[in-house]
Design a binder for this molecule. Structure first.
Ligand code: FES
Ligand code: MG
Length: 573
């Protein structure tokens, strides 16, 4: 590409009144013409906020990125982007993933940007940034926030999320003191960076890496490591060259790249949220990835990353020291299409050169996996005709075949009150069900799917049971939890017809989930059902409810998907 072909030149080059205005405003910002004319203008899209604990280092990293951009002859501008933090957002950050995607797309479209560096990592920021930038279509590179350091308290290693759930159950059982609980609270998140289990953040940054959208292996670099700063400035240098090479996302995100990303996700023991986000990302790129595609990869891909919660022992910091994602991908190379081009402009194979496993208990060889299969499975049946997902590797195998009576809750508060009732009539064979917790019912598809074990059972020593919902669950969660039941109850999916006491049958080897209620009875119940009132009368939620797709389609807005209406245009005046 030549300087006069730069997108930003359309703003700055013409000798007309509008361009005079753009140039004079750049000079108002303190820049001389030689600093910005005929140089790639790079938007550094920063999802930092003072309430995003995982992105606390981004203000410093922006400086590293801009240093790299300047070194390569570009002009970097920071573009604050919706922060979508996982730690504080109610009812759920998932409500706002698409809002971030829209913001990114529109900010790129409406500004003189030739390329973008996307700074994200906390769960929804990764898919939100990537989805928006795919549609905008300018060269992009993703800069992963990086995992935080291992958690630590009183000689114990603590894993994000997973150990919060675990020790919360111990506390409910009366097994730990208030002082210990406070110590865990202070020790479980002790540096900047994203959750350091293989939760949604680490899953989604690994997927982005495997798609070819990060510098090779960048997703494994811990946030607090000085290598993270060097990776950041390298992102800045590289994006400038990507602009000159016109290396746009459609040249990177191909069918094969999506397949690579899904395979890597399965091998890492990915978060169930990967299903929703990867389908949404793929659909933005015009790739039709289905739940069944993911199920067949789940059946055939060995889980080789021994990282919690699916793995037993290790965390993301250990994964980095063991060689990181490049080493894992090298182990998997025979199952990947390594000819795919990455943001480096080179093939994935070249990006994997020299990668090595330094600890084969953390990154296992294919001959000694943590599990031969089972990162994810997709179920179907009369409870979930459009699918539901479960993480076989993260649940007690005794639940892989299970039949038991349903105990149904219509809302989170109803469920919470019952769970804490020590006299609740519940046995370990019961199946806990929460409904009205999907994309429209939640609203926003909250992470309520790891329903707490009832106190009555906790006190008897039980720590797992079969649970079913139309919610998602945190990637750091575990247990026999069936999630994303689709279509959701709130819009009249069959889950809404289930009643307490009905028998539920899960047959995981055959991928089925059914309620043992005959069709006539289900028809009768369906005739009695009336649709609930919508959750929103105005604002963003109103728009969300009208346009969000169900879980099997990725929960994007229908009007943002590739192929909807005419191609995305750009302002030409
Ligand atoms: Fe940000 Fe987990 S809370 S990644
Ligand atoms: Mg999470």
């Amino acid at each position: 590409m030549k300087p006069e072909q730069l997108r930003s030149s359309r703003w700055f080059a013409p000798d007309d009144l509008r361009s005079f205005g753009h140039r004079s405003r750049m000079m108002q910002l303190g820049y001389a013409e030689e600093e910005f004319l005929e140089r790639p203008m790079i938007g550094v899209m920063n999802t930092w906020s003072e309430l995003n604990a995982c992105h606390g280092h981004f203000p410093e990293r922006v400086k590293d990125v801009k240093r790299g951009i300047a070194q390569a002859g570009g002009f970097g501008v920071e573009m604050p982007s919706l922060s979508v933090d996982e730690s504080f957002t109610k009812p759920t950050s998932m409500l706002y993933r698409n809002m971030l995607a829209m913001e990114v797309e529109e900010m790129i479209r409406s500004h003189p940007l030739d390329g973008v560096v996307l700074m994200g990592g906390c769960d929804k920021t990764t898919p939100g940034l990537v989805m928006g930038a795919i549609t905008a279509g300018v060269p992009m590179i993703f800069l992963p926030a990086g995992p935080m350091l291992r958690g630590h308290y009183a000689g114990k290693v603590l894993g994000s999320g997973s150990d919060a759930w675990k020790y919360w159950d111990e506390r409910r059982a009366g097994a730990i003191t208030d002082e210990e609980w406070l110590g865990i609270q202070g020790g479980i998140a002790r540096s900047v960076g994203t959750c350091m289990t293989m939760g949604t953040a680490s899953t989604m940054t690994a997927i982005t890496d495997a798609l070819g959208l990060t510098l090779p292996g960048a997703s494994s670099v811990p946030a607090a490591d000085s290598g993270h700063q060097r990776m950041s400035s390298e992102c800045g240098r590289r994006i400038v060259d990507m602009v000159w090479e016109d290396l746009t996302p459609n040249k990177i995100i191909t069918d094969a790249a999506v397949q690579n990303a899904a395979t890597v996700a399965m091998a890492t023991g990915c978060s169930t949220n990967a299903v929703v986000h990867l389908i949404a990302i793929a659909r933005r790129a015009g790739v039709d990835l289905s739940l069944d595609d993911l199920d067949s990869l789940g059946r055939t891909t060995p889980l080789i990353a021994n990282i919690r919660p699916s793995g037993k022992d290790y965390l993301m910091e250990d994964f980095y020291y063991a060689g990181g994602l490049r080493a894992l991908m090298k182990q998997l190379a025979e199952r990947l299409d390594t000819s795919c081009v990455t943001v480096t402009g080179k093939s994935m194979a070249e990006g994997l050169e020299g990668a090595k496993v330094y600890n084969d208990d953390v990154i296992r060889p294919l001959s000694n996996p943590v599990y031969q299969e089972g990162s994810l499975a997709v179920l179907r049946g009369n409870l979930c005709p459009d699918g539901a997902v479960i993480k076989p590797a993260a649940c007690d195998p005794k639940y892989h075949m299970h039949e038991g009576p349903a105990l149904v809750f219509d809302s989170y508060p109803e469920m919470k009150a019952a769970i804490d009732d020590e006299h609740l009539d519940v046995t370990p064979d019961h199946v806990l069900v929460l409904r009205n917790a999907g994309p429209l019912g939640g609203p926003g598809f909250p992470e309520w799917g790891m329903l707490p074990i009832p106190k009555a059972l906790i006190k008897q020593g039980h720590r797992d049971m079969l649970r079913i919902s139309d919610a998602r669950m945190s990637g750091t969660s575990y247990g026999a939890c069936v999630l994303h039941v689709c279509p959701e109850a709130f819009i009249g999916g069959p889950l809404v017809l289930l009643r307490t006491g009905d028998t539920i049958r899960l047959d995981l080897p055959n991928r089925s989930l059914d309620m043992l209620v005959d069709d006539d009875e289900l028809q009768r119940r369906k005739a009695e059902w009336t649709a609930p009132a919508p959750k929103f009368d105005r604002g963003y939620g109103w728009m969300f409810a009208r346009h969000v797709t169900q879980a099997d389609k990725g929960c994007d807005f229908d009007y943002l998907e590739a192929g909807f209406g005419s191609a995305a245009g750009e302002p030409d005046i």
